[in-house]
Design a protein around this ligand. Sequence first.
Ligand code: SPD
Length: 288
Amino acid sequence: MNRILKESLDWMDEYHQGVRYGLEGKLLIKEISPFQEIIIFESKRYGKALLLDNCWMTTEKSDRYYHEPLIHPALCGSNKIDNILIIGGGDGGSARECLRYQEVKSVDLIEIDLQVVELSKKYLTTVGGKAWSDPRLNLRIKNGIDWVKNTKNDYYDVIIIDGADPIGPSKGLYSNSFLSDCKRILKPGGILATQSESPEAFPEIHINIVKILRQIFDYADPIYGSVSLYPSGLWSWTFASMEHPTYKYPKENRVEEISKNCQIWSKRWQQGAFNTIPAFIERELTKE
Ligand code: SPD
């Protein structure tokens, strides 16, 4: 996953295997944090955008294509949604979607990089939106792997892993030991949700994430959707639970509460997304 950033006066591109994913606009900020390079780019098409280590993370005008599919199958399906944990997600988009549910009592947002949060608050104001001032949000600038290790058993109703690609600071978020710890701190009837890369651009990584989750949990299933700036444009999110795949069965009262303000997610969209698994991925996942 070596990526080279090609930067000129008016284009910003993420490169992946001889293909570039780019936007026209202008560079606003480039900072090196203790963890990664952070860029804020103002694009003509999608407004301000965040890149970490030369990879697109989110934009003001397209963030919902990524955050709604990550959050709503988990929050609509989980038995309870009192206590939510988000690992990563320093731009605030995942927290914003979680906090739309009245039932949610607290969201612990554990982000390793303070500079990502500060720059997102300042430049990507619509992504975090009102989440930053919601009293139910507990923002902690800490290492998510340590946080999970130090949390007591059966603590959270839903765990969201909103990391970057499995290189750099996010690498550990896809490991067996971290995901096993997540299972330990998840309440019975709870759901874990993680971004799980592209089946086209990163097939091995994608398959590996789903397989690891299937080893650890009783159930794990990916959904597929479009995130136009990410490599290949085809992206995935994977959900895991014990005893019953609750993420496939959204609760009507919650669907009612949030779907009218969703841009991408709906109960119907979700049903489709669980059924668009590319044939070669399904073969790999069902191989003995
Ligand atoms: N290739 C990019 C994968 C990034 C996934 N996380 C995005 C963070 C948005 N909150």
